[in-house]
Write a protein that binds this ligand. Structure first.
Ligand code: ADP
Ligand code: MG
Ligand code: MG
Length: 251
C-alpha cells in the first residue's frame, strides 16, 4: 500500500535536516503505529506525505500503490487515496461542515473520473456513514470545527475519513489533547474502518491509544529515521521503560 524508501527531508527555509533516511512499508489491511520521542520527525513525515509546503525532499521516494506520491499535488494525493487526519483540525468559520465535506468529496470524485454526488445522495450517504459510526449527523450543519469540543473534532475527522473512503489513512495524534473518550472515538473509528483494502499509519506519543487500536506493527522513530520495528510488544516496552533502552541499542 505504502512504501517509503530512504526518505530525506530538510526544511525549505533553513538548512535543517529533519528526516534522514526513512524506510517504511505498510501492507494493505494492516495497522502500523509510529512512536518516538518528541522532535524525532513523526509529524514531519506525515506532512511530507500529504504534500504540505515548507519541506524539501532531497532523496528517496514514497509510493502509494506503486505511484510516486512526492510528485503529486496534495489534491492528487487525496484522489489517489491518501487521507491525513491532522493533529490540530482547522476551524473554518462561515463554511458549513456539510458544504466543506461535499466539496472535498466531489473534488476527489472528479479527480477519480466519477460523477459528482447530488445534494440528496450526499445527505443520504452522510446519514448512513454517521449512523454506522454512531455519530450524530447534526454536527454536519455547523461551520467546520468552529466551537467543536475536542471530542466533536475527532468525530468529525472520523466521519470525513469514512466519507472519503481512503486507501491509506494517516493519523497523527499528540495524545496531549486526547482524553479517554476521544481516544476511544478514534480507536472505534479506526477499528470500524479497518478493511482488507485499506491501511492505517497511526502516529502517537503514548501507548494508551494502542490499547484500543491493536496495531499489527510498531515502529520507533528517532532522529529522523525508523530505528526499530516490531510487534505490539514494542509499544508495551516503551510504556514500561521509555525510549532510553531502545535508543541505546540502536545507536
Ligand atoms: P515529532 O512529531 O516527532 O515530535 P516533528 O516532525 O514535529 O517531530 O519535528 C521534528 C524536528 O523538526 C523538531 O526538531 C522540530 O523542531 C523541527 N521542525 C519541524 N518543522 C519545523 C519548522 N517548520 N521550523 C523549524 N523546525 C521545525
Ligand atoms: Mg512533536
Ligand atoms: Mg508530532
Amino acid at each position: 500500500m505504502l512504501e517509503i524508501n530512504n526518505l530525506h527531508v530538510k526544511l525549505e527555509e533553513e538548512d535543517k535536516v529533519i528526516l534522514r533516511g526513512v524506510d517504511l512499508k505498510v501492507e494493505a489491511g494492516s495497522v502500523h503505529a509510529i512512536m518516538g520521542p518528541n522532535g524525532s520527525g513523526k509529524s514531519t513525515l506525515s506532512y511530507v506525505l500529504a504534500g504540505r509546503d515548507g519541506y524539501t525532499v532531497t532523496e528517496g521516494s514514497a509510493k502509494l500503490e506503486g505511484a510516486e506520491l512526492l510528485e503529486m499535488e496534495p489534491e492528487e494525493r487525496a484522489a489517489a487515496g491518501l487521507f491525513l487526519a491532522f493533529q490540530y483540525p482547522v476551524e473554518i468559520p462561515g463554511v458549513g461542515n456539510m458544504t466543506f465535506l461535499r466539496t472535498a468529496m466531489n473534488a476527489q470524485r472528479k479527480a477519480r473520473g466519477q460523477d459528482e454526488l447530488s445534494a440528496g445522495d450526499f445527505l443520504k450517504l452522510v446519514r448512513e456513514k454517521a449512523k454506522a459510526l454512531k455519530i450524530d449527523a447534526d454536527m454536519m450543519k455547523r461551520p467546520v470545527n468552529v466551537g467543536f469540543s475536542g471530542g466533536e473534532k475527532k468525530r468529525n475527522e472520523i466521519l470525513q475519513m469514512a466519507m472519503l473512503e481512503p486507501r491509506m489513512c494517516i493519523l497523527d495524534e499528540t495524545d496531549s489533547g486526547l482524553d479517554v473518550d476521544a481516544m476511544k472515538l478514534v480507536s472505534d473509528g479506526v477499528n470500524a474502518l479497518r478493511d482488507a483494502g485499506r491501511a492505517f499509519l497511526v502516529i502517537t506519543h503514548y501507548q494508551r491509544l494502542l490499547d484500543h487500536i491493536h496495531p499489527d506493527v510498531v515502529h520507533i522513530m528517532a532522529n529522523g529515521r525508523i530505528v526499530k520495528t516490531g510487534g505490539p510488544e514494542l509499544a508495551l516496552e516503551v510504556e514500561k521503560n521509555g525510549y532510553a533502552d531502545i535508543l541505546s541499542e540502536v545507536v
